[in-house]
Design a protein around this ligand. Structure first.
Ligand code: ADP
Ligand code: MG
Length: 273
């Protein structure tokens, strides 16, 4: 087995991926975790539910990520991808099904308690405080920590050097790709054991998308599994260990990224042929 599971993935330009050769110093998850035998590290298992008293949006929907992997969720607009992520993070009551983290049933925990358990979540919208500086955003990210988080901030700046340069600027003045870096950096400030990203490359150019994917791969390399929704389905599946295609709140296809990219039905319906 290769020592680097992501060796064959993503952009090979090391100057973009790893500008200072300090990839090994970006945030590590705190503590050691042991997955339950046979179970994924994080799973939303056969989740059914919707908003408030409204109709079910999710129908026996399952999304999961294994330790050391990147899992990607794709599917048409309105398929329920964001809803599934919110359900896993505890922002939506599941009427049936469960959410488990590292073997523990967390279905009834609040989002705050899930953060304390080691979940980091970057939602699709409103994921930064635009009127605060970049640095203040990162400080807000560390809100649950009582210890000195300056090392983690330095690690986030190593991962996203542009954020160090712009640390005193209002986050709202940054470009779309830079704002997404702020959002991911903010989530890393809690030293999460698993990171959930909802459309981290929304609205950015293809070049910036490649760069963001490279940084995401770097985070995964440090041992933080990543569960991510992406509208750039083909590119995302290329870096995915596992992929899920959701349609109308239900699992339509799942498999390894490679399997989904090779599946004629998936290609025809979701990848533009
Ligand atoms: N806050 C909300 N309240 C009620 N319905 C919502 C809310 N957010 C999304 N929905 C509905 O849930 C369905 C799935 O939406 P969403 O999860 O955002 O899809 P996707 O992320 O795949 O584009 C849509 O029909 C949408 O209108
Ligand atoms: Mg969405």
């Amino acid at each position: 087995m290769s020592s680097d599971p992501y060796d064959d993935r993503g952009n090979k330009d090391a100057s973009i991926t790893n500008p200072k050769g300090m990839g090994s110093q970006i945030p590590k998850s705190s503590g050691t975790s042991f997955s339950a035998p046979g179970g994924p590290f994080l799973i939303g298992d056969t989740m059914t539910g919707g908003y408030g008293k409204g109709p079910d949006i999710l129908h026996d929907c399952t999304i999961a990520v294994e330790q050391g992997e990147i899992a990607v969720i794709v599917g048409p607009n309105g398929a329920g991808k964001s809803t599934a992520m919110k359900a896993v993070f505890g922002m939506l009551d599941v009427r049936s099904g469960s959410v488990r983290l590292d073997g523990e049933d967390i279905t009834n925990l609040s989002p705050q308690d899930r953060v304390a358990k080691g979940m980091g979540f970057v939602p699709q919208t409103s994921n930064i405080f635009t009127s605060m500086t970049v640095e203040e955003n990162l400080e807000m990210g560390a809100f649950i920590r009582r210890d000195d988080f300056s090392d983690t901030m330095a690690q986030v700046y190593d991962l996203f050097p542009i954020l160090k340069e712009k640390r005193k600027q209002a986050a709202g003045e940054l470009s779309g790709g830079q704002r997404q870096q702020v959002a991911v950096g903010r989530a890393l400030m809690t030293q999460p054991k698993v990171l959930m990203l909802d459309e981290p490359t929304a609205g950015v150019s293809p070049i910036v998308m490649d760069e963001l994917f490279d940084r995401i791969i770097e985070v995964a390399r440090t041992g933080i599994p990543i569960l991510m929704v992406e509208q750039n389905a083909r590119q995302a599946l290329e870096i995915a260990d596992k992929g899920y295609v959701l349609v109308q709140g239900a699992n339509a296809y799942s498999g390894t990224g490679k399997e989904l990219l090779a599946d004629p039905e998936v290609r025809k319906s979701f990848l533009g042929g």
